[in-house]
Design a protein around this ligand. Structure first.
Ligand SMILES: Cc1cc2nc3c(=O)[nH]c(=O)nc-3n(C[C@H](O)[C@H](O)[C@H](O)COP(=O)(O)OP(=O)(O)OC[C@H]3O[C@@H](n4cnc5c(N)ncnc54)[C@H](O)[C@@H]3O)c2cc1C
Length: 397
């Protein structure tokens, strides 16, 4: 079997993989990206929202060619249609995810990484007990080969196997992955540049529905549900009902179905010769399921640690675990809070959710320029229904 050697092999050409590859290759280390799909960023399985804008700009250069629309505020809609509006100029962007992903991959290639689309990782190679490369299948030619590496970066997203191969992660339970369905629709009345979140157990049990405007009359309209709480009804059936209620008669352009990981954070993100980044590493925000910016931020952090490890010639777990420590330090507690908040908020019975939204409307200073602090929402929930808050809070721990 053919064997090739690199300093780093990155599995997955999504935002996490391309960002990690750009960071490592930028240090002059030969880096290979393996992407099993033929086309980067396609098909799109995303509602395409990133934000806050200030955080986005810290991690990537925002270019007009991949921005579909700016987001200037937030609307939350309760089951009884009680609405909470918050203007937040600079809240974020709706991007064109295919162009966005392609731009990130281009940057990685400009930095020196080699990108191979249509090449699937089929397993990890181990030598002396440590990860030493990737077994690869060239899907077009039907050929197998080995890509040896001093470090393998697992950035294989929601369908990832590499963190399991590396023994960092078990199998996700169905409740840890929101089941999502979305239509890109045209001919819809949108709330200006506000993103809409629709809550309620009838509408989206264990999750929420969204309307993210991409233009004056077009939007990504979708939802994510917890499949364990949906009584066997699939996400597309919930979507059908939501579309009928929110935008009857709108023209449907593109159906998207997929999963979004909302699991607890991993205890460790690195082992000897391997790190996991992005959704593969449970780095989606567990409250929203969003993970584009989170993946990019984590991958930049991981790339910096990997570069240091390659420079020192020490890619052991001990050396790479600096990335776990750094990620835990900056994001760990926030992610834990988001995870607990999700368990509480999405579990609320619809009448309590209605009252919560009413009370939120009365709350001053709930949201700053960049978002809503879940701790403040939980504070309002505590006042709305102390007994339910305590019951669900206990259940969530
Ligand atoms: C319906 C839906 C809506 C969403 N909306 C939003 C949103 O509005 N905002 C937001 O921030 N997030 C959103 N997300 C989540 C977001 O899409 C992910 O967090 C993000 O894509 C994670 O980036 P990633 O690079 O880790 O993984 P991905 O983007 O999934 O990239 C992983 C890549 O690895 C490749 N791959 C997998 N296995 C292999 C293999 N064995 N060999 C080679 N390649 C492999 C895949 O083909 C894929 O290209 C949404 C998700 C869904 C499903």
């Amino acid at each position: 079997m053919r064997t090739e050697s690199f300093d780093a092999v990155v599995i997955g050409g999504g935002p996490a993989g391309s960002t990690a590859a750009a960071g490592v290759a930028g240090g002059g280390f030969p880096t290979l990206i393996l992407e099993k799909r033929d086309r980067i960023g396609f098909p799109v399985r995303c509602a395409e929202a990133i934000g806050p804008a200030s955080v986005a700009r810290r991690h990537i250069e925002i270019r007009r060619d991949f921005v579909s629309a700016a987001v200037d505020g937030l609307r939350i809609v309760a089951p009884d249609k009680t609405t909470y509006d918050k203007s937040m100029p600079g809240a974020g962007y709706i991007v064109d995810r295919e162009l966005f992903d392609r731009r990130l991959a281009d940057i990685a290639v400009e930095k020196g990484a080699e990108l191979r689309t249509g090449h699937q990782a089929t397993g990890l190679i181990r030598k002396d007990g440590r990860v030493a490369g990737v077994r690869v299948r060239d899907l077009a030619r039907g050929e197998e080969y080995e890509a040896l590496a001093r470090v393998v970066v697992g950035a294989d997203g929601v369908e990832s196997l590499s963190p399991r191969w590396a023994s960092l992660k078990g199998v996700c339970s169905p409740g840890e992955i929101l089941s999502c369905a979305q239509e890109l629709v045209e001919g819809i009345d949108v709330s200006g540049r506000f993103v809409e979140f629709h809550l309620g157990r009838r509408l989206a049990p264990g999750g929420y529905a969204w309307v993210f405007p991409k233009g004056p009359r077009s939007a990504n309209v979708g939802l994510g549900i917890n499949p364990l709480e949906s009584g066997g009804m699939p996400a597309v059936a919930f979507l059908e009902r939501f579309l009928g209620e929110r935008c009857p008669g709108a023209v449907r352009r593109r159906l998207v179905v997929g999963g979004s990981t909302v699991a607890k954070r991993l205890r460790s993100l690195a082992t000897d010769g391997y790190v996991a980044v992005g959704e593969a590493a449970n780095q989606n925000n567990p409250l929203t399921g969003g993970g584009i910016l989170e993946s990019i931020a984590a991958s930049q952090m991981a790339a910096s640690v990997v570069r240091g490890a390659l420079e020192k010639g020490d890619t052991s777990a001990k050396s790479l675990c600096r990335y776990t420590k750094e990620w835990d330090r900056i994001y760990g507690r926030t992610f834990d809070r988001f995870h607990r908040a999700a368990g509480l908020i999405y579990g609320l019975p619809d009448p309590v959710m209605n009252r919560l939204l009413e009370n939120l409307g009365r709350e001053k200073g709930l949201a700053g320029r960049t978002g809503i602090d879940p701790a403040r929402i939980l504070g309002v929930l505590l006042r709305t229904s102390p007994s339910l808050f305590l019951k669900t809070f206990r259940a969530a721990f």
